[in-house]
Ligand binder design. Structure first.
Ligand code: CA
Length: 707
């Protein structure tokens, strides 16, 4: 009955939309993109905004590719990019043109039917900016508005391009260049304003989102997510109130709360929703000694899109201390709950709990953990977590082995919602992490400042513990009922950090995997109906579009992002696959194919002999986890897109090693000089630690213990 009513409603709405669309095209040759996005279901062949619609459901009404025809889905065309860094973008498709971004914030426009490259744009991000990117030099896509394409560059510019030529129309600096902010998220455009946030919560910044005029680039408003120094005065009433939930001198260490990914918009309620990140530093005892909720960290905040005025918030993790961001994908939907149609907003943030909220008021409707959670024992009637006191390593001073990790039960990888099944498809992951406080905290400008002892948290020193960690570290696709708050079906994977999700009216759910497959499942049952070997890990979300009556499926392939950089020891088998950055486009009966994979893993040779005392190796480990591990991995191994330091020729060349680590001779590759932070003796100790790692790995290879 409910389904019938909904279908009837869709027909009625479609009829209205057709009228609106006709009227618009009669009035102007360039209809307002806002009206087009609001009426996106009237032109399902296009993918006009990051989540297709402002509701960010990532559900397509197209059904030519469906549970019956998907078996004949073949590669239609593909494009291999020059870089081999992570690909996270969701492409847009507008009137036959596909717009996407690659690593280093580069923008590409393709003929969506033929695959011809129409133009490309390189914002020339300085390579040394890579050191401020916690999670790879990735970009999650563009926004479009009335003939312009918008991209946020890693170094903090918001750039408007001419959609037909790729030439720059305007560019504004959204960040204070002296602070270690970055941009990796896709802009959104609402009511003629381009919205963009930023990242940097691991390095000690204060988060905000800014709105710019889509035509001119003039700043319209800025919403700070955490209060600044009270002595400077608060920017708004809301921040004055928020400051009552903070203690100590949080502004001196940053505060955090960056808005680095998700937004959604409800045109009817005229509310813009922003997802706010973790505290900076993570460790609350350092950030806000004595506790407090620390608003608006780890919250969904609703603001007015015209002014940035605060309307409501819901905080998922009060007093955040585990890097539990609420920047994860948010989905708006209307659904029947206890006999009433409710306007909900849904999120599955880092902390491992799924939330269904009333999006008009922010009131908690229901929630439950969707992955293993041990930092809390449940949610109370207001959705506030009931904490496990032992999990507060910042208070107890003792390490706590926590599920989920800082990488979250779900990270940025977009979920999808199907109104046909009323299920949310979550690219979930199970990764534990040992949180332990640092003994002493001193903010290091421009470097990691999370207040957690990363060296203690690392497991890579014995083959057994490495194997144990790996066996606990998994991923899965969960089909989640947001009303009953329970899992309906699951596809289990050996590795975490799998791709984002697309749901379609063809009863399908599409997802790319860390293991290099792109798969289709039946949306109701989870039955696997199709797969394709992409020859490289996939983390981005697929989209679907149509040109000339033919439906296509597109996905950016290419392994990268936070998890493979920081946690290679627990991910896909080392060197099981190369990293290829490519765009794959499929259609029923497509006739393209990938070239055979011309690749072999680099052979191991015997590493140099250890030259240092055990104490020096230990010191090197400490320095490695302070400065190096976030890019070079917890075990100094590679996940396919940065050099494997254990097999680096420079290990046996102490002079060249110093030139790189302290002299910055590889700055053009993104490896900046660390001479402001490390002495020559520190750098040599790091070399000793990596020699130790290389010997352990080489021994594992010889004895067959290796991954
Ligand atoms: Ca974070």
């Amino acid at each position: 009955m409910r389904m019938l009513a909904r279908r009837f409603l869709v027909v009625a709405v479609l009829a209205t939309i057709t009228v609106v669309a006709v009227r618009l095209s009669a009035e102007t040759a360039d209809p307002d993109m806002g009206a087009r996005i609001i009426n996106a279901d009237a032109e399902p062949g296009n993918w006009l905004s990051h989540g297709r619609t402002y509701s960010e459901q990532r559900f397509s009404p197209l059904s030519q590719i469906n549970a019956e025809t998907v078996k004949d889905l073949k590669l239609g065309w593909h494009y291999d990019f020059e870089t081999n860094r992570g690909m996270e973008a969701t492409p847009l498709v507008i009137d036959g043109v596909l717009y996407t971004t690659g690593s280093w914030s580069r923008v590409y426009a393709f003929d969506a039917k033929s695959g011809d490259l129409l133009w490309e744009y390189d914002p020339q991000v300085p390579p040394e900016k890579a050191v401020h990117a916690c999670c790879d030099v990735v970009n999650r896509g563009v926004a479009a508005w009335n003939g312009k394409i918008y991209v946020g560059s890693l170094d903090g510019r918001l750039i408007a391009l001419d959609a037909s030529t790729g030439t720059e129309v305007w560019s504004v600096a959204t960040l204070d260049a002296s602070e270690p902010y970055t941009i990796t998220g896709a802009p959104r455009v609402v009511k003629g304003k381009v919205l963009i946030g930023n990242g940097g919560g691991e390095l000690g910044v204060r988060g905000y989102v800014t709105a710019y005029d889509a035509e001119t680039g003039a700043q319209a408003w800025r919403f700070y997510t955490v209060p600044g120094n009270p002595a400077d005065g608060f920017e708004s009433e809301a921040l004055a109130k928020a400051a009552e939930t903070w203690k100590g001198e949080w502004w001196a260490v940053g505060g955090g709360g960056t808005v680095w990914d998700s937004m959604a918009y409800d045109p009817e309620l005229d509310l813009l929703y922003i997802g706010v990140g973790n505290g900076s530093p993570w460790n609350q005892a350092i950030r806000s000694p004595g506790g407090g909720d620390n608003l608006f960290l780890s919250s969904i905040v609703a603001v007015r899109p015209d002014t940035g005025d605060y309307v409501w918030h819901f905080q998922t993790t009060p007093g955040e201390t585990w890097d539990y961001t609420a920047t994860q994908h948010m989905i708006l939907a209307d659904m029947e709950i206890q006999g009433k149609t409710r306007k909900v907003i849904m999120q599955a943030p880092n902390n491992g709990c799924f939330y269904t909220l009333d999006r008009e008021t922010g009131a908690f409707i229901s929630g439950n953990n969707f992955v293993q959670v041990n930092w809390a024992t449940g949610l109370d009637e207001n959705g506030r977590p009931i904490e496990n006191p032992e999990a507060r390593y910042d208070k107890t001073g003792k390490p706590f082995f926590t599920f989920p990790s800082a990488l979250g039960g779900h990270n940025w990888h977009p979920m999808a919602y199907s109104p046909d099944t009323n299920l949310v498809y979550i690219p979930a992951q199970e990764i534990p992490f040992l949180y332990a406080p640092v003994k002493e905290f001193k903010k290091k400008e421009g470097r990691w400042n999370n207040g957690a002892d990363m060296a203690l948290a690392a497991f890579p020193d014995a083959a057994t513990t490495r194997k144990q960690l790996k066996s606990m570290t998994k991923g899965h696709l969960a089909a989640w009922d947001p009303v009953a708050q329970k899992e309906v079906w699951r596809a289990q994977y050996a590795a975490p950090s799998n791709g984002g999700v697309l749901a379609t009216a063809g009863d399908l759910v599409f997802q790319g995997l860390a293991n290099g497959q792109v798969r289709a499942y039946h949306s109701a049952t989870g039955e696997q109906l199709w797969s394709f070997e992409a020859q490289t890990g996939v983390i981005a979300a697929p989209i679907t579009y149509a040109v000339d009556g033919e439906q296509y499926l597109a996905v950016m392939a290419g392994w990268g992002g936070a998890a493979p950089l920081a946690l290679p020891s627990a991910l896909q088998d080392e060197n099981a696959m190369p990293n290829v950055s490519r765009l794959l486009v499929f259609k029923v009966g497509g006739d393209d194919s990938l070239p055979p994979l011309d690749w072999e893993p680099i052979a191991w040779t015997e590493p140099p002999a250890q030259f240092a005392e055990a104490g020096t190796v230990a010191q090197g480990k400490q320095r490695y986890f302070e400065y190096c591990s976030v890019c070079h991995g917890d075990a100094a191994m590679s996940s396919g897109f940065l050099p494997d330091l254990r097999r680096s020729g420079t290990l046996s060349d102490p002079e060249f090693w110093q030139d790189i680590v302290l002299g910055g001779v590889l700055t053009d590759n993104g490896m900046v000089a660390f001479d402001a932070y490390m002495t020559a003796q520190d750098a040599e100790a790091v070399r000793a630690y990596i020699v130790d790692r290389a010997q352990l790995a080489y021994k594992d290879i010889q004895t067959g213990l290796a991954q």
